[in-house]
Design a protein around this ligand. Sequence first.
Ligand SMILES: NC(=O)c1ccc[n+]([C@@H]2O[C@H](COP(=O)([O-])OP(=O)(O)OC[C@H]3O[C@@H](n4cnc5c(N)ncnc54)[C@H](OP(=O)(O)O)[C@@H]3O)[C@@H](O)[C@H]2O)c1
Length: 338
Amino acid sequence: MPQTGTTRIWRFGQCPAGNAFADAFTLETGPVPAPGDGEVLIRNEYISLDAGTRMWITPRSDGYQPPLPPGVPMPGLVLGRVVESRAAGFRAGDLVRGFGRWGDHSCVVPAMAALNVLDDTVADPRQHLGVLGMNGWTAYHGITETGRTRPGETVLVSAAAGATGLLAAQIARNMGCRVVGLAGGAGKCRMLVEDFGLDCAIDYKTEDVEQALTRIGGGIHVYFDNVGGPLLDAVLPNMAHYGRVAICGLVATYAAEGATPGPRRFDQVLMRRLSIAGLFSPDFAHRGPEYNALLQPWLRAGRITLPFDITTGLENLLTAYAKLFTGGNVGKVLVKLT
Ligand SMILES: NC(=O)c1ccc[n+]([C@@H]2O[C@H](COP(=O)([O-])OP(=O)(O)OC[C@H]3O[C@@H](n4cnc5c(N)ncnc54)[C@H](OP(=O)(O)O)[C@@H]3O)[C@@H](O)[C@H]2O)c1
């Protein structure tokens, strides 16, 4: 049925300085779009906020995609319901996930949006943006394939209390590894050990990380890195021989324009015969069903979970977004639309 009424959208204007996101986006109101031939109109229920999107609004030409041009509605992963479909395979009422817009609605071409109809019987459908979605797949792929992790090894995870890190840490724990987390703040570190079963956690904001890691003993076999920057420098001299570094993200440098210097302790790649490899979720998103077949039993059994950091109201989205870069979140940052 054609939709009437108004809808809101966050439009990208200019690259923000640091975390001054209010200077970068404006919230606009307009009519609900009518889907064209081959399009689907979605009422967004949750918007997934992802740290990697900070790169899309930073003007650098050598990223994995060109920066967003000013004036476009901000894209992002959404979970919602189809309200009107003019595309084969999608019906009004379907629960869907895909790349939509930071807005009340998303009007998309399913193939371009990587839109999927989802299992509506999952106990908490928000996990389609968590354990059973891009963060879960990235964590699983990074630990098992990029990191080539084996049971009994020592795995270190940075941004360990965030969405991707918390999942990587639990996957490594479930594989029988010794798991160490890096996180900002004593409260987050305590939570990682007491609530998520990590063997220990280091507060990188108050501790000397390089020194603290020497106490672990045996070296780090796999470093699942979400951060880069000075933490990577502190970790490299503490890697075990033949260790693997899975570069999942570099959140410490996403706001930097142009090239950022590589690790100061790059010499350790030779000294310790390390392998360093990046991973990028669109490369393995087609394996989502395969990964979910492994993750879903863990989710059902309570062996993996992901807490949500929920902000209600599209108008409050920028406050939620900033949490990713200030460490204000535990788990997955979502905006719930009313
Ligand atoms: N390769 C891929 O395909 C892929 C897919 C998904 C995510 N990622 C990457 O995974 C990382 C986490 O993303 P996410 O969306 O799951 O966010 P998140 O981990 O939920 O939130 C980001 C966290 O990063 C930490 N952080 C921010 N700035 C930092 C800094 N300068 N130094 C150390 N820690 C810092 C903060 O925690 P603290 O309180 O601990 O500082 C913050 O909570 C990002 O680098 C992202 O790009 C990559």
